[in-house]
Write a protein that binds this ligand. Structure first.
Ligand code: C2E
Ligand code: CA
Ligand code: CA
Ligand code: CA
Length: 382
């Protein structure tokens, strides 16, 4: 199945331009059929055992190697290919197309424009993915989500100054699922807004209780991760409402956003960021240093802090180059009046090096892993 990147908006012009290329890529004995929309099936016959499947796929990839000349100008097209080899007498047109579709689905997930050959493990992956989707849809309602809290430590006093709240999902069906596995799925399924709203509410309620019970002092801050999909007009109002209901000042709730949010130049993201800045909840740039154009927007948006990614922190003690990079990040942050938290500190040596460079705050396994609520409370009370 060949699939271009223009969804179902493939114009007649495009089809007319691509059809001869497609026909040129196959042999006379092969068949090409349009399956609907922008999907095509190519059937390569192999009566005498001479069909070279790799060569056929390579020729198909040439179909969209060159831009297509349209009236409005050249258009670059990309396609993905799912390949299935029919061999057993049990294969039917339906079963072959279904398996080709599974391979195509995977090809698109791996990387646009790639080709994937079907094998049975793909079907199992797909089933697992479908199960993750369906379990995740009900996870919030069934109370399967919880938060873990990782302390943020002052590198000089070694005191706990705050914490980051991290989502945890324990599924009765799937076991413990890592946020790196389910947060992107939640984003795709449109579930991150309700889940994110729950996180904000939970964090505000928890922080208010800790302040009341004297577990933490008035300056202690809790940080939540905010997905780009949540940064929409109205999100700030949701946060403001949660803060107000729990009697919290805006400065104690930190919002961690990633660079992708800043790169999104849509007006609705810009409006949402303005609303958040007006609200006064500190905005921290997460995973700092891993993006592409970190510096260009730092002057446009008055962010309150940076979290230096673990990939810089890890070898800061052994690599002079990394030390120089981290030192310049710290100098830049200071000049811009931004706070800095170093992420993923696992050894005393790294902590000492960071302190030596003038980094004030850090989090990492050296002090604590993300902890269940009761364990965090016990640690904070020590
Ligand atoms: P992140 O925001 O960069 O969170 C830091 C991750 O590093 C956490 O992984 C944390 O457990 C881990 N970590 C902390 N210290 C160390 C260390 O010393 N060594 C190592 N190896 N790892 C350390 P976690 O909890 O698995 O979360 C992964 C990611 O999932 C987060 O990365 C964040 O992007 C996302 N996430 C977590 N909770 C939420 C949430 O409530 N909402 C959204 N949108 N995303 C979330
Ligand atoms: Ca398509
Ligand atoms: Ca984070
Ligand atoms: Ca991070």
């Amino acid at each position: 199945l060949v699939n271009d990147s223009y969804g179902h908006h493939v114009g007649d012009q495009l089809l007319v331009a691509l059809a001869p290329r497609l026909l040129g890529a196959v042999r006379e004995c092969d068949a090409v059929a349009r399956m609907g929309g922008d999907e095509f099936a190519v059937v390569g016959l192999d009566v005498d055992g001479t069909l070279d499947l790799d060569a056929l796929v390579a020729r198909l990839e040439q179909v969209w190697a060159e831009p297509v000349a349209l009236e409005r100008g050249p258009l670059t097209v990309s396609g993905s290919v799912g390949v299935v080899r029919g061999s057993s007498p049990g294969d039917t047109a339906e079963s072959l197309l279904r398996d080709a579709d599974v391979a195509l689905y995977r090809a698109k997930a791996v990387q646009r424009g790639s080709s994937v050959v079907f094998d049975e493990s793909l079907r199992a992956d797909l089933a697992r993915g479908a199960q993750l989707d369906s379990e995740l849809r009900g996870a919030l309602g069934r109370g399967e989500l919880s938060l873990a809290f990782q302390p943020v430590v002052d590198l000089v006093s070694e005191r706990i100054e705050g914490a980051e709240a991290l989502l945890r999902w324990t599924s009765p069906q799937l076991g413990v699922v890592a946020p790196s596995d389910f947060v992107p799925v939640a984003e795709d399924l449109g579930l991150i807004a309700p889940i994110g709203a729950w996180v904000v509410e939970e964090v505000c309620g928890t922080l208010a209780a800790w302040r009341d019970e004297g577990v933490v002092d008035g300056d202690f801050s809790l940080a939540v991760n905010v997905s780009g999909r949540q940064v929409r007009p109205g999100f700030a109002a949701l946060v403001a409402d949660a803060l107000a209901r729990h009697g919290l000042p805006a400065r104690v709730l930190h919002l961690e956003i990633t660079e992708s949010v800043l790169l999104d130049e849509s007006s609705c993201t810009a409006l949402a960021l303005d609303e958040l800045l007006a609200l006064g909840t500190p905005l921290l740039l997460d995973d700092f240093g891993t993006g592409f154009s970190s510096l260009s927007y730092l002057h446009r948006l008055p962010l309150n802090g940076l979290k230096i990614d673990k990939s810089f922190v890890d070898q800061v003690s052994s690599s002079g180059r990394l030390r120089t990079l981290v030192a310049s990040m710290l100098a830049m942050a200071e000049g811009l009046h931004m706070s800095v938290v170093a992420e993923g500190v696992e050894t005393q040596e790294v902590a000492d090096t960071l302190r030596g460079l003038g980094c004030r705050r850090a989090q990492g396994y050296l002090w604590a892993r993300p902890l269940p609520l009761e364990e965090f409370v016990a640690l904070a009370r020590e």
